[in-house]
Design a protein around this ligand. Structure first.
Ligand code: PDD
Length: 286
């Protein structure tokens, strides 16, 4: 089936959608993005994603392409047109193009480019991967210093995933100065003696929308949480571990650098948090 996508005000068949070759998203990765999940045909945590998008744009001095209400309408229309029950909506805003390549930003009145498309993922909530749990490897974090801004500079995270695949694992956790920052496309946690440990928010990691929701739900469920730096060694000695992201919700981690955690199956806290998160998100979906 041909998808209908959104490009700068138009809904088009995917093969007809076009962006300039001079677009700064293409030439300079001068662009930010959001990924919002869809369950039961509804958007999960839309508000959080819209607020973070505004922040990313502001941090990069980039113009906002439209209001939050218009964004919600575009998301909903694409979900409807493409008949998405479970899946994702990808959104990207770039600094646009003034028709040439120049390191200097184009004038402030250059319109940003706005592109959205859907990804149909039946079975996203009931994923076999989550039942099995993920194996991760650790690699050095050599990304730039503003990981709190959700830019499309994803070459190194892509390489990290490839390194993981090559090593027979599913994903990679990034390590800087001896401490885990986050996963290639998710936030990272371990659990020891019932306590959830995760890195505190800073410019070093993306401020995950799923992270915020999961930590709030964990606190409400009287789970103990410690936000502090942690090493791969600590994580390997943990009872269990997991990651959070809009595309995989709460994903149990069962192996780190070849070391099995617990009995090698998803841990009870990760499983419980996944259940609570899915339940609460479905209730609040828009
Ligand atoms: N990635 N950290 C990084 C580096 C990420 O790329 C992501 C999300 C997260 C989790 O953020 P959230 O809970 O808001 O999805 C953390 C998206 C899903 C992606 O790139 O596809």
């Amino acid at each position: 089936m041909t998808r209908t996508v959104y490009v700068n005000g138009e809904y088009l068949p995917e093969g007809e959608a076009k962006v300039s070759i001079f677009d700064r998203g293409f030439l300079f990765a001068d662009a930010v993005y959001e990924v919002t999940s869809v369950l039961d045909g509804k958007l999960i945590d839309f508000d959080g994603h819209a607020v973070r998008l505004e922040r990313s744009l502001k941090e990069l001095d980039m113009a906002s392409p439209c209001s939050k209400e218009e964004l919600l309408e575009i998301h909903r229309k694409l979900v409807e047109l493409n008949g998405i029950e479970e899946g994702l909506v990808y959104l990207q805003v770039t600094r646009g193009s003034d028709g040439d390549r120049d390191f200097v930003f184009p004038s402030a009145d250059t319109p940003p480019s706005l592109v959205l498309f859907t990804q149909n993922k039946p079975g996203l909530a009931d994923s076999p991967a989550a039942q099995k749990g993920a194996k991760v490897i650790s690699i050095e974090d050599i990304r730039w210093g503003r990981r709190d801004i959700k830019t499309v500079q994803l070459l190194y995270p892509s390489m990290g995933k490839m390194m993981a695949k090559k090593a027979g694992a599913d994903d990679a956790w990034l390590v800087e100065d001896g401490y885990v920052t986050e996963g290639t496309s998710n936030n990272a946690y371990y659990v020891k003696n019932g306590k959830i440990v995760t890195r505190p928010l800073s410019n070093d990691i993306l401020h995950g929308i799923t992270r915020a929701a999961v930590l709030r739900l964990a606190a409400e469920a009287q789970m103990e949480i410690e936000e502090r730096l942690f090493t791969i060694k600590e994580a390997k000695e943990a009872d269990e571990a997991f990651t959070t992201s809009a595309s995989a919700f709460v994903m149990p981690v069962v192996e780190i650098d070849g070391v099995q955690l617990g009995d090698g199956t998803p841990g009870p806290i990760a499983k419980r948090l996944r259940e609570i998160y899915l339940e609460e998100s479905r209730k609040k979906a828009v």
